[in-house]
Design a protein. Sequence first.
Length: 704
Amino acid sequence: MKPGSGPDLHLAAKSSTFADEEQVLQSSKLIAGVPVPAFAAMPEWDLNALPRNANTQPQGHIIRFKAANLRWNLWSREVAFSMLNPSHPQLRAGGLFLPNTPNAVSTVKKSINVYRGLSSYALENGLPADLGRWTQRDLDRYRKQLTGPRDIAAQIQSLRYLFKYRSVLTGGGLRFEPWEGLSADEVAKSAKRKKVSTKPIAPEVWWPLLRAAWAYIDVFSHDLIRARDEWEALNNPRKGKLAENYDTLLTSWLAQPSNNIPVHTGDQHASASRRSVGGKATVHWGILSRLVSNGQSSMLFAGNPNTSNPRRAQVMRLFMQQRTAPVNLVTGAAAVVRVDGETAPWISDVSAVQLRNELVQLRTACYIFVAALSLLRDSELQGIMRDSIVQHFGAPAIRTRIFKKDRYHSEHNWWIIQPVAQAIAVAECLSQHPERVFSSSRATDPQTVTIAICHDIKAFIRRVNDTAFERGLEPIPDARVTPQMFRKSMAVIVRAQPDGEIALGLTLKHAAIRGLSNSTTVGYGAPDDKWARELRNELEDEVASKLVPLWTRYRNGEPVASGVGAKQFVDKLETVNQRYEESLELRATIGDSRTVRNLLRDEFSTIHLGPLNHCLGILKDAMCAKTGGQDGPHQVIRPNHCQPDICRNSVVTAEHKPLWIASAHDLFSNLKDREMAPNHRQQLESELAMIQSVVQGKEYGGNV
């Protein structure tokens, strides 16, 4: 008999530790009224009594025990029970005093799946039935036949559970810790893989994808939602008896000259048998039935041939007279500029099937846009509830729940921009779910609301590419795009901006600093000042941390800066130094390092740190503010217009000088060209003189 087969696997072996009738969820908050399986339940445990992540389907909370024999299925259940109930009395009696937080169901399932393969390997290779007789050499042989660092690391952790929970496993577990002293990554030879493995979306995919999503949200959505409402009004059977029978209604409807027979054209219908044949239109019997009966029935021309055939004959007489009109549920569609420069409606001749498909594309567009610009995880995004847009410190925000590593699924606010709020409003309008914003666009079971977003994103890209010409959209290169990649891509974009590290510190809990700071210019009122002040404090703390090494060198008597503003910079460091020496009580209260950062933050509240120099940010000394354009001098610091050789705000440190020296070296090399035009040479010589004045400027420091 093949390992893993046979009817005995659906039975439950007896545990020496846990009672058969014990419920397997004793350490978690449960959903009222949902049954909880007993320990002896086989061949699966349905754990849907536990609250699920918003993006987890019900089957994601079902653990199936499919190990090769009863013994391994018992061990699998004992490990699973222990992971789900870490503070159970039997574990403590066995000397296991673990944190009270249960493992996630997904984590437990990974281990149980490992034991399925391990049990088959053990039987096929003749390993002892008693785990206590296994050796490290046995595990090394098993490890060699595994592939992929991630797979190996997961296997190693699951093997270690057989040692960790040995005191509660029937017959005992492993008597040694597998690969003791090594991490799972080290055993898998992937210890160097410390960076996030998720790849960002390529720029050539990112921008056309976002622009297409926004076209759906801002332009196409109005037509689609209006068409959906009109179709639902037509497709909703009215209650009560009709005043006339269907035949009378049909005769009356056909007698109206303004009524045309709705027909399929082209490939409108999903069913190949009901599309137009040879380019000829065919009657759309379903819509005609609804029109005639005022939404009462879609079956006037189907069913009993004694009644349906005479009705069809009446219709076909007018059809042959070409009193027809293509089915088009989207009327008065918005005009767009196509790729060829022509202006035309973005869509036409839309059937019910096409309308449903376009509504799904619209929902996917909303998801893409929100995921890209909010940095929400998939579980957090699918967990957005209706009426979740709030004002948080004067700016719009999404209120949703954190699921990852948060057993209580606590609510948090994520700052957003107005277009994201618009996308959420459109998604909320599409949703048929009573609570969720992102759910099926058709009527759905409240328990199975998760959307298959990876499939939907792929279908969206394909749909955009198929219709790009007539809708004025850019084609999107074929590429793999997942929810995690939106988060990664925006993190890369934010970090590339000035002060991006701070942005990520907030955004990955999650508020992009650029979006927040820009919102202060819109003028939301008094609360914005509080929010902006809070954000500035975060920024100033980060800047102060970067100034600590310079202050330390100054205290050690080393030179720290050169440039026109270096003396002011050093004077400020001296002020910080004096205040530090006078703050014995404060240092005793909050510590030396925190005191230094606070003093530096207060003294250098206007400084801008840059890759080529630092700017003290004193407006009255700023050359970039004094030399304005046509509208006169500016009243703000403009780092991109810095004149570091003459501005009293400019400070050059040892970290900056290599870049200046490298630039001077490049200019020297270029000036060796004897054929260079005189005006070009003069420009380069001027630049070289400016760089030399910066590099050779007097240095200031503790003993200088």
